[in-house]
Each structure stands twice: as structure tokens, then as C-alpha cells.
Design a protein around this ligand. Structure first.
Ligand code: GAP
Length: 513
């Protein structure tokens, strides 16, 4: 575990060192849980967004996209439930003055029991060697049984308190479990209070005319309130979907793990409108479709799992997360929810306008049911980086840091490197660059030894490098180096484009779907 945490720290500093992600406002010591994407990061982020957008909008005739505003009428957030219920339970330590999420403190405590169980098991496995029977050990070892019983009882109590929104009970659990503040080490806790996660600001110029507006905490509501506009103007027939990519804002209290939980982030959401009664079948289809989208990136099936929700929000009748194996465990990257007709009905109620759909096949009017797929761009970005990062020990004992990025998502597809900075090699290399740059993102580099330049490209995940040498001037060939194998082959310059273009294009991913 400690080793994995180390890896994660290295990934974070790698992001900074190579221009993927910078802390926001860094020269002013940063701004909590806000990050900027650098010259490499923005390219990769754009590639992720294009992969998602094309898979949704281009590959499905019945899905179209929109781009709605971040500011929306404040009643939208009343209707959606965010004003009243988009809360986190908070508790303060009176000595350190630090604020925590009560639910996170308790979940961390549950994880501690799991760690204890894991530690005992690992110890026994070492002691018994090959003869070790994990199942039997877990079922019979008294110490492990005790940890399990305490964990299960805590989990049950916590679940009930959360379900009943019972804030005094959450505090009592923290006291009973003797959870201490990691900063002050004391158990001097305040009451637990609900804290709304939406950022707000004021719109309008005069003080009395100003209206409190929110920065949207999800992009989905922009789709719901435009659903009839799109349906009518696009002559869409159910089932159909609306996709959107855009910024969302949440005043997260526990903002941890780099870009995993941010205060300003980006979402890619799609609402799929279906006939009532058919929603669970569509939910199953979208679950499969979305997992396939992730798996096409080639990180291996063992990196993904579904986490079906046992406890459903009152408006949902099915929900699952797609989790990715990050260095800090399996974590949610995407949510797929069957949201019934909750949102549309609420908007109908609060706006007083009918937003029913007339189904020409059944001659009926009804409020459609909705399946939502919702993925965070930044979390997706983080999962791709974590899945790609490797410190590879080479045969000569050297260490190379390489990002095995899926070629279609890599910021730079081809590096063009003259072997030396003279003899007409730079001019030849530039001429190749001038034809290639129209097809994909290329980088020209003539500084330092060729070995150092390869390492720089490995570190940003460039799948291909070509070296222009003296032979290139004679016979118009170059060496093509493959990032993952480091193997090189000699190729005519004229066959470079057909050799590379398909492999680095988003189309290569889309064709796997
Ligand atoms: N419209 C549904 C919705 O917003 P969510 O589970 O709250 O559902 C969906 O968010 C996805 O957005 C998550 O799976 C995650 O990838 C991303 N996300 C949510 N909060 C985030 C945060 N604070 N920072 C980064 N990504 C976040």
C-alpha cells in the first residue's frame, strides 16, 4: 500500500514536471483542489473528450449534443433537489479548527478494520506458505472474526444513520469509535452540520435587484431543461439521447488525491430518454456500452469493476459505478443511473410548463424516463495516467519512466528528431514535420543526445519517434522507434503516414466499440 502511495506521489510530480497538470495559481501558493492543465495535459484532455463525444454523438444516430450555460435559473436547483439535499455532513475539531466530513471519518475507520484483517491474513499467509487456505483462515481466526464483527456492526450503524440523515448519531459513532483528529490528536468534536456543496454568486447590478445564482454542480440539468427544445427542433423520437461536456463546480470539503476530487472539474454526461417501463433494459445496455468504451483503451479488464449501488437515491431505480484500479484502490470514474422521470417531472412541477413527449407510435403523451451516464473528465484523465505510468528497469540497469498511453489519447503522436544539429538534417526533419503536422500533433526536437530525447518523449507518452540521419539524405528513409518496445525499424519517409496515422487516431478506438 505504502508502495502504491509512493507511485501516486510520483505520478503527481510527473504531471507537474512534464506539463500535464499544475496546481492553480501556484505562484500564490495554489488554490485548494483547483488545478490547471498544461501544454501536454490539455492535448490529452481534448483527446479524451473527443473519444467520448465521437463515441456518443457520432456513433449513435439518436444522440445529439448541446452546450448549455453554467449559470441557470436558480429554481432549477430547487426543482432538482440540490438546494435542499446536495449536502455533506461536516464536523469540526475544536482544537485544530480543522473541518472534516463526518461520513469520511467513519468510512476511513471502516477501512482501518479492513486493513487490520488484511494485515493478519498476510502475516498468516507468510507463516503457512503454500498450505495457507485464505477462506478457512478468514472464517475461523478469532482475531480476524472480531475485527470483522466490529467492522460489520459499524457499517450497519453508519448506513442507518446516513439513511435516516441522523446527524447526532453520526457524531456519536465518531465518539464511540474514539476517532481522533489527525492534526490535534484530540476527540474534541463539534456537532455535525449539513453543508451545501453548491457555490453561489449574485447576478444583476443593483443590490436589491441582484439574484442569487449557482455555479452548476452537474451539467445534467442543462440537458433536462433543454430536452423539449432539442426533441422538437431535432425531431427526435424516443429513445434518444442528449450529450454534453462542460464544467461543474462543487465546494468539496475533503478534497484529496490530486485531480480525483476537485472544486472545479469537467463532466461528460449523457441523458437517454426512454419509454417508461423500458428503462431497466436500457440501463443494462448502457452499463455494457460504457464498460466497453473504457476497456477499448487496453488497460486490461482487471482494471475495471462495477459497483452496483445497494442504497438508491429516492429518484433512482438502478445505479452503478464503473470503478478503475487507481494506486489508491478501485475508485469511481463513471456513474450510470436510471433516474426514472424524477428530474423532468420536477421541472414540469416547478416551471408550470408541460414537458411531456407525444409518442406517435403509441398515440400517448408521457414524461420520459431517463438513463444517465456521467463521467468526470479529470478522473478519466487520472485513470489513464495511472494505468500508463511505469518506471521500467532496462536490461542495462537503467530506469526509464514511460507513459504507455493509448496512442489515440497521447498528447504528441510523433516526435521528429534530427540525429545531429547540422549537415542539413534539421532542414530534412523540418520538411517531414511540415507534412505530418496536418495529420496529428508532432513535436520537433534537436536538443541533447538522441537517447535523452527518446526519454523525454517516453515521459510524455509519445508513441512514435523518427530519427533523421545522414542516410535519410541519401535514400529518403528514417528510423521509426516504437515507445513500448523501444524497437526501431527503417522506413521510407513516404510510408510513415500510412504506418502511423490509423494507430494514433481516435477512429482506431471507435472501431473497437
Ligand atoms: N449528474 C450525475 C452526477 O453528477 P456524480 O456521481 O455526482 O453524478 C459524476 O458525478 C461523475 O463526475 C463522477 O463519477 C466523477 O467522475 C465526476 N466527479 C464528481 N465530483 C467530482 C469532483 N469533485 N472532482 C472531480 N470529478 C468529480
Amino acid at each position: 500500500m505504502a508502495q502504491q502511495e509512493d507511485v501516486f506521489k510520483k505520478i503527481v510530480s510527473h504531471c507537474k514536471e512534464y506539463g500535464f497538470v499544475f496546481p492553480s495559481s501556484e505562484i500564490y501558493d495554489g488554490l485548494g483542489a483547483v488545478y490547471d492543465y498544461g501544454q501536454m495535459g490539455v492535448e490529452m484532455k481534448n483527446n479524451i473528450k473527443k473519444y467520448w463525444w465521437d463515441s456518443m454523438v457520432r456513433l449513435h444516430e439518436n444522440i445529439v449534443g448541446i452546450d448549455s450555460a453554467i449559470f441557470m435559473h436558480p429554481t432549477i436547483w430547487k426543482a432538482s433537489g440540490h438546494v435542499d439535499a446536495f449536502n455533506d455532513p461536516l464536523i469540526d475539531n475544536k482544537d485544530s479548527k480543522k473541518r472534516y466530513r463526518a461520513d469520511v471519518l467513519i468510512e476511513d475507520q471502516i477501512a482501518k478494520y479492513d486493513e487490520k484483517i488484511e494485515k493478519e491474513t498476510a502475516k498468516a499467509a507468510k507463516r503457512f506458505g503454500e498450505a495457507f487456505d485464505r477462506e478457512q483462515f478468514l472464517a475461523t481466526n478469532p482475531r480476524v472474526r472480531e475485527h470483522m464483527a466490529r467492522r460489520d456492526a459499524l457499517h450497519e450503524r453508519y448506513k442507518q444513520a446516513m439513511n435516516e440523515n441522523n446527524l447526532p448519531e453520526l457524531r456519536q459513532i465518531i465518539l464511540d469509535e474514539e476517532i481522533a483528529c489527525p492534526i490535534s490528536g484530540t476527540r474534541n468534536w463539534t456537532e455535525v452540520r449539513q453543508f451545501n456543496l453548491m457555490f453561489s454568486t449574485e447576478m444583476g447590478s443593483t443590490a436589491d435587484g441582484a439574484m442569487k445564482v449557482y455555479l452548476r454542480p452537474e451539467t445534467a440539468q442543462g440537458i433536462f431543461v433543454n430536452y423539449l427544445n432539442v426533441q422538437k427542433t431535432g425531431r427526435m423520437k424516443i429513445p434518444f439521447g442528449i450529450a454534453q461536456i462542460g464544467k461543474a463546480f462543487r465546494n468539496e470539503i475533503v478534497a484529496r488525491q490530486f485531480i480525483f476530487r476537485m472544486r472545479e472539474f469537467e463532466q461528460m454526461e449523457m441523458q437517454f430518454f426512454v419509454r417508461p417501463g423500458s428503462e431497466l433494459e436500457w440501463f443494462r445496455k448502457w452499463k455494457e456500452t460504457r464498460l466497453k468504451w473504457h476497456e477499448a483503451l487496453g488497460f486490461g479488464q482487471d482494471h475495471y469493476r462495477y459497483h452496483d449501488h445497494e442504497k438508491l437515491a429516492h429518484y433512482a431505480n438502478a445505479a452503478t459505478d464503473i470503478e478503475f484500479l487507481m494506486p489508491f484502490g478501485f475508485k469511481e470514474v463513471e456513474g450510470i443511473h436510471s433516474r426514472t422521470d424524477f428530474d423532468l417531472s420536477q421541472h414540469e412541477k416547478y416551471s408550470g410548463k408541460s414537458i411531456k413527449y407525444f409518442d406517435p407510435e403509441t398515440n400517448e403523451s408521457y414524461t420520459p424516463y431517463v438513463i444517465e451516464t456521467s463521467i468526470g473528465v479529470d478522473r478519466m484523465f487520472l485513470s489513464v495516467l495511472c494505468g500508463s505510468y511505469e518506471e521500467e528497469k532496462l536490461e542495462n540497469g537503467e530506469l526509464r519512466t514511460v507513459l504507455h498511453l493509448p496512442a489515440a489519447l497521447a498528447p504528441v503522436k510523433l516526435a521528429i528528431l534530427p540525429l545531429v544539429k547540422k549537415d542539413g538534417l534539421p532542414e530534412k526533419a523540418r520538411a517531414i514535420m511540415d507534412t505530418m503536422k496536418f495529420h496529428f500533433n508532432c513535436q520537433y526536437d534537436e536538443k541533447d543526445s538522441i537517447g535523452k530525447r527518446y526519454r523525454r518523449q517516453d515521459a510524455i507518452g509519445t508513441p512514435y519517434c523518427i530519427t533523421v540521419d545522414h542516410q535519410s539524405l541519401q535514400d529518403d528513409t528514417v528510423t521509426l522507434r516504437h515507445r513500448d518496445t523501444m524497437q526501431q525499424e527503417r522506413l521510407p519517409i513516404a510510408s510513415l503516414l500510412p504506418a502511423i496515422e490509423e494507430k494514433v487516431s481516435i477512429t482506431s478506438l471507435l472501431q473497437k466499440l
